[in-house]
Design a binder for this molecule. Structure first.
Ligand code: AMP
Ligand code: ZN
Length: 473
């Protein structure tokens, strides 16, 4: 089976050939743990989980190493920790924030049918490796020390910029936004910086006397080196990471080790968007994975994690996704039908070769899903093929042991009409505004009698009361 992958570095699709078929190595940049992950963050987690499953299928489970890191040192973390836990000293607050956010992240993605990566390195466990990289880069003339910072000197690398393919002018224009006066070149970036009191600090490299902390990019160079070696097979993340993060990882690692590459293949997923804009914390247009799953509503209702996964995989990973409730509604209907068809079937020993072949063509999940729809069609007529459907769904992580009722979160059994509930919620809000509390309570009680519990929360932005519902049996 030949596997071909699109490589951001070469801007083309090529046959994948690992450096060592007995140890295929993939690194994916994981979350910065300062806040709940949103469903845009879930996209690379799901996409690279599908690739991990495919690599394990092709090369054998024992021959694939997948490292996905946790970024637990970052200025956003420092700021948020003090804000959230003002009663603690800053270092304790940071520890509490990163520990809590990491466990929440694990809980959230477990619901998405994601396998645990082989290794989940944390940045703060790799500070010594980052210091060593700084020392090497200084010794080789690729870095310099100024005002207790260590900076990477971009002009010291002849082919800087190959990954993102940006012109130097573009890059300078981007970098100018924040050019510190001590930089020798506008493009130079921070490898290490001094820490003020109350901010995490470690002994500094390069003979700097004051304690400090790493810049962002250096952590992934140190973690991938320790766990995968100085050159490995696949490096992934969202497309926003191509520049500057991945470009700078390449620069640091290659200049430190004198290697021709860092990873052979660079893969980037497209954005999950809302009304044409990237879903992001800074734009405020995000829905957390937790909100979507934990019955806190999107489109007025909770969703099963596997439904989110299917909704994500119906689009090819490099394309943008415009996120809509309709996408979830369709994914749910499809998955419920599949679950019904495979109920009680014994999965085939392996997924059909056609499904594997579709995925082997640069992870073409829409094509794999259309083949799966075909299998479902024959399973409807001939239950003997249900085992093939089940194997394909399990391979893609779209179904575990859930039944149709589980995926539906009990709605069908209760004969729930989401649109009708929405109307009732609005009628109740009208009644409350008119101070007709008898009417508003009656609506709440009638819904409760059907097993539908309403929950009111005040939107701190608008001051409005927002009502969501969940099924309580
Ligand atoms: P961050 O925690 O912001 O570093 O993001 C973690 C991962 O999520 C990175 O691989 C990002 O590229 C990816 N990511 C963030 N926002 C989106 C989005 N809206 N759509 C797809 N991927 C995203
Ligand atoms: Zn990274």
């Amino acid at each position: 089976m030949s596997l071909s992958l699109y490589n951001t570095m070469t801007r083309g699709k090529a046959a994948f050939s690992p450096r060592d078929a007995k140890n295929v190595r993939m690194y994916v940049c994981g979350p910065t743990v300062y806040d709940l992950a949103h469903i845009g963050n879930a996209r690379p987690i799901i996409v690279f989980d599908v690739l991990f499953r495919l690599l394990r299928h092709v090369y054998g489970d024992a021959h694939v190493t997948y490292a996905r890191n946790i970024t637990d040192v970052d200025d956003k973390i420092n700021a948020r920790a003090v804000e959230r836990f003002p009663e603690l000293d800053p270092i304790a607050a940071i520890k509490k924030l990163t520990t809590e956010t990491t466990s929440q992240f694990h809980a959230d993605i477990a619901a998405l049918g994601v396998l645990a990566p082989t290794i989940e390195p944390r940045a703060t466990d790799h500070i010594a490796g980052m210091r060593a990289l700084c020392d090497t880069l200084l010794a080789k003339g690729h870095a310099y020390v100024v005002e207790n910072h260590v900076l990477f000197h971009v002009p010291s690398m002849a082919d800087y910029g190959r990954l993102s393919g940006r012109s130097v002018d573009d890059m300078i224009a981007g970098a100018r936004v924040d050019v510190a006066p001590y930089k020798r070149d506008a493009m130079d970036f921070v490898l290490w910086k001094p820490s003020a009191a109350g901010v995490p600090a470690w002994p500094s490299p390069c003979g700097i006397a004051v304690a400090g902390r790493p810049g962002w990019h250096i952590e992934c160079s140190a973690m991938s080196e320790q766990h995968l070696g100085i050159e490995f097979d696949i490096h992934g993340g969202g497309i926003d990471l191509a520049f500057p993060h991945h470009e700078n990882e390449v620069a640091q690692s290659r200049c430190a080790h004198g290697t021709a590459t860092l990873a052979s293949v660079w893969m980037h997923n497209g954005f999950l968007q809302v009304e044409g804009e990237k879903m992001s914390k800074s734009l405020g247009n995000f829905i957390t994975i937790n909100e979507l799953l934990a019955s806190k509503a999107f489109g007025g209702q909770p969703w099963h994690g596997r439904v989110l996964r299917l909704a994500m995989l119906t689009t090819h990973y490099r394309q943008p996704i415009d996120w809509t409730v309709d996408r979830l509604v369709q994914a749910r209907a499809t998955l419920i039908e599949f679950a019904d068809l495979v109920q009680g079937a014994t999965p085939a020993v392996a997924p059909l070769p056609e499904v594997v072949a579709a995925l082997s063509d640069d992870l073409n999940t829409p094509s794999a899903l259309s083949i799966i729809h075909g299998i479902a069609k024959s399973a409807r007529r001939n239950p003997a093929t249900a085992g093939e459907l089940k194997a394909a769904l399990q391979f893609l992580g779209l179904l575990g042991s859930e039944t149709a009722a589980d995926l539906d979160l009990g709605r069908a059994a209760l004969d729930i009409d989401a649109a009708e509930i929405g109307r009732q919620i609005m009628a109740r809000a009208d009644a409350r505004r008119a101070r007709d509390f008898k009417a508003s309570d009656r609506i709440r009680d009638e819904l409760a009698a059907k097993g539908i519990q309403l929950k009111d929360t005040k939107n701190t932005g608008t001051g409005e009361i927002e009502t969501t519902w969940e099924v309580k049996r």
